[in-house]
Design a protein around this ligand. Structure first.
Ligand SMILES: NC(=O)c1ccc[n+]([C@@H]2O[C@H](COP(=O)([O-])OP(=O)(O)OC[C@H]3O[C@@H](n4cnc5c(N)ncnc54)[C@H](O)[C@@H]3O)[C@@H](O)[C@H]2O)c1
Length: 247
């Protein structure tokens, strides 16, 4: 099940963290994975690591907030690999730095940074990729989202949560336009993940599964949503959160 042989998958922000877990999983399911990152060393090291396992992986450096760079990257991938079947927009925490502030202290620049990457980056990439997917009448788009878009954390995440919620609104509406072309657009809503200090202690209190999530948990969920078997799942938000937010 969930075999991806012959598929070409672009994963943004895949040089480390959750995106790296997605890249590993999709490559092991047979896809050719294109590892995008803002930082060349991260993307190249990740691609080399998969190649050393005998898997098909390539690096693609581009800033996912830069429309022109995204269009150039997508057209290069399609001309080199002949297709772009899967796009996972995982980059969501600005590489150049970010801030979490209580709302009354949050400057407009902080809001811009979250929106540029989580909403505009997704929109630019989809406008670059969709003409190709529509021509082939097949495609899978997955946005990596957060429970911060669906609940009150009290942790200074107004700008982040609002940007993620905007991306969910986009994905839901996009699904209604592309489904008839054999293309699905879905999202994952992640809970507390295990790549930051203190996450395990928080997850033990908040997740019924009593641990923080891993890049492999994210990879497994994405592998399902991008598989041929998931063709009837469209416009949905799949919570991958250890049961911390149940609704
Ligand atoms: N870590 C968590 O607890 C958590 C919780 C909920 C949701 N998420 C979501 O999961 C996704 C991945 O988070 P993570 O914790 O793995 O992040 P991370 O910071 O560990 O890794 C993200 C990667 O994205 C790259 N990146 C950042 N900005 C970029 C840009 N403009 N262009 C290209 N690449 C860029 C970074 O260089 C980095 O390698 C994000 O969308 C995040 O919002 C994470």
């Amino acid at each position: 099940m969930f075999k991806l042989d012959g598929k070409v998958a672009l994963i943004s922000g895949a040089g480390r963290g959750m995106g790296w877990g997605v890249a590993q999983t999709l490559a092991r399911q047979g896809a050719t994975v294109i590892i995008n990152d803002f930082y060349a060393e991260r993307a190249e090291e990740a691609a080399l690591s998969l190649q050393s396992e005998g898997l098909k992986a390539h690096a693609a450096v581009a800033d996912m907030t830069d429309r022109a760079a995204i269009f150039t990257m997508v057209s290069q991938i399609i001309s080199e690999h002949g297709a772009m079947d899967v796009f996972v927009h995982n980059a969501g925490i600005p590489a150049q730095g970010w801030g979490y502030s209580q709302f009354l202290d949050s400057p407009p620049a902080e809001w811009d940074a979250w929106l540029q990457l989580n909403l505009h980056g997704l929109m630019h990439a989809c406008q670059a990729i969709l003409p190709h997917m529509i021509e082939r009448q097949w495609g899978r788009i997955v946005a990596i989202n957060s429970d911060a878009s669906r609940t009150a954390t009290g942790m200074g995440l107004c700008a982040y949560g609002a940007a993620k919620a905007a991306a969910l609104g986009f994905i839901r509406n996009l699904s209604g336009e592309v489904g008839r072309h054999g293309i699905t657009a879905n999202a994952l809503s992640l809970g507390t993940m295990n790549n930051w200090e203190g996450s395990e202690q928080i997850a033990r209190k908040t997740a019924s599964v009593r641990r923080a999530g891993s890049p492999q948990d994210v990879g497994a969920a994405v592998a399902y949503l991008v598989s041929p078997e998931a063709e009837w799942v469209n416009g949905q938000v799949l919570p991958v959160n250890g049961g911390s937010l149940v609704c």
